[in-house]
Design a protein around this ligand. Structure first.
Ligand SMILES: [Zn+2]
Length: 443
């Protein structure tokens, strides 16, 4: 590990600037739909412009804009990308205690949609980027700041658009993105645990459609579309899939066991009892299927001619969606149940024995001595799926600690980040980026 060059930084001013930037960023309503990420890019662009940093905008139409800026390195190492998304999920205002788009500070927290997912990390990345520039740190590699549109709705106007139209812009050895996190408590044990996300589950969203003979409800027959659909769903519910402990999860549970947070073997047998009682653990260890919507019928006494249901399937990294769908067809065992793909994305895991993983790990330990650091798998999907598929080592690293209660604000109500956690996030990200990218220690 290279010693850090330790340029002189006024940490109080650094934190104050981070807080101010985040509050202002939250005030830009980028709820997706519709997104309006152009507004976020105007905000980020104005800051970069003031600092004299050039940037490029990528316009997918309808104000779906992404922004990319580069601090050039000497080229002795491949680029390092700070990747974030500027859109947020919509809010249900009536459930919030604060205005979700006011960027309010109260009780030591910054409140607002995006505080955790992921305007907070976006600002931490921006501040790291600005600070590298201001201190004129000589860089061994290009440092790229890339703020994407449309992540929350599947990235069609963000990452997927960029990869289609400007694939050359996504070139890096390492990417830091969302998906990781720190928690103050895990499995009932109070101890800081930082998960560096190296993998994520892949969505396989399918629609099942059945068609049959309509008719009068008073005369049942064998070709009822809804009955057919229900039979298919029933077979899917009965389908038992084995637990799989991927190398990432094996390491995850092994490290937690060493820290006394998890007791047991990191094997399917050892984890079976826990998986049975905890849906989150089960989701980490198996391909999951949630039935999420169903629709059929027009009237109480009419047999419907058509029925449909949607399945939200999440596959473990490395599971082939086509193969899984073929298995599903065998389970349903009825050629008259049509399966329509809606959204499919899969990615392999990034390795975790890398310079960046070790760097993040040591930085976390330097800031929080008693912290446990584990490689993790994100249950939801992020843009890292796309970048991992391009062979780029992509980690979810948002370093601030949250309590389980605060973590529920992600996509939920009262999203907020503690000022302490957020500013720690900023400092750790700065430290990691500096160590990974500085050309030489300053004297
Ligand atoms: Zn996000």
């Amino acid at each position: 590990m290279q010693p850090s060059p330790h340029p002189p930084i006024d940490w109080q001013a650094f934190a104050d600037e981070a807080i101010d930037l985040l509050c202002r960023f939250i005030r830009i309503d980028t709820s997706n739909p519709p997104g309006n990420e152009r507004l976020a890019c105007d905000f980020l662009g104005a800051i970069l412009q003031r600092e004299g940093i050039p940037f490029q905008l990528y316009d997918a139409g309808n104000d779906r804009v992404s922004l990319r800026a580069v601090l050039p390195g000497d080229g002795s190492k491949r680029p390092f990308m700070l990747l974030n998304h500027t859109d947020v999920v919509p809010v249900e205002r009536e459930f919030w205690d604060e205005d979700p788009f006011a960027g309010t500070i109260r009780d030591g927290y910054i409140w607002g949609r995006g505080a955790l997912d992921m305007k907070g990390l976006g600002i931490a990345q921006l501040l790291t980027f600005l600070t590298l520039h201001r201190l004129r740190i000589p860089l061994a590699r290009d440092v790229i700041f890339f703020a994407q549109a449309d992540e929350e709705a599947g990235s069609e106007y963000g990452m997927r658009y960029i990869l289609r139209e400007h694939p050359e812009t996504i070139d890096a050895e390492y990417i830091i993105n969302e998906g990781g996190g720190g928690t103050t408590e895990l499995f009932g044990v109070e101890r800081p645990v930082y998960s560096i996300a190296v993998a994520e589950k892949g969505p396989l969203w399918l629609r099942l459609v059945t068609e049959g003979l309509p008719g009068h409800g008073s005369i049942p027959h064998d070709d009822n579309a809804l009955d057919r659909l229900v039979r298919a769903l029933h077979r899917i519910q009965q389908w038992e899939r084995p637990l799989t402990v991927s190398p990432v999860l094996e390491e995850y549970f092994r490290r937690l066991a060493r820290a006394g947070i998890y007791r047991g073997d990191p094997t399917p047998e050892g984890l079976a009892a826990r998986a049975a009682e905890d849906p989150r653990i089960r989701a980490m260890l198996t391909d999951t299927i949630s039935t999420t919507t169903a629709r059929a019928g027009i009237k109480h006494n009419v047999i419907p001619a058509r029925a449909e249901a949607t399945l939200d399937i999440r596959l473990l990294p490395g599971v082939d969606p086509a193969e899984f769908q073929a298995q599903l067809e065998r389970i349903i065992d009825d050629p008259r149940v049509r399966i329509e793909p809606v959204h499919i994305r899969s990615s392999a895991a990034s390795p975790f024995d890398t310079e960046l993983f070790h760097c993040i790990e040591s930085v976390i330990r330097e800031f929080t001595e008693e912290a446990v650091v584990v490689p993790g798998m994100t249950l939801g999907f992020t843009d890292s799926a796309e970048t991992r598929n391009r062979g780029i080592v992509s980690y979810g690293f948002s370093s601030g600690l949250t309590t389980p209660e605060v973590a529920r604000g992600v996509h939920g109500h009262n999203e907020r980040v503690s000022i302490e956690a957020f500013t720690l996030n900023c400092r750790m990200l700065w430290e990691v980026t500096l160590r990974m990218c500085a050309a030489r220690p300053a004297t």
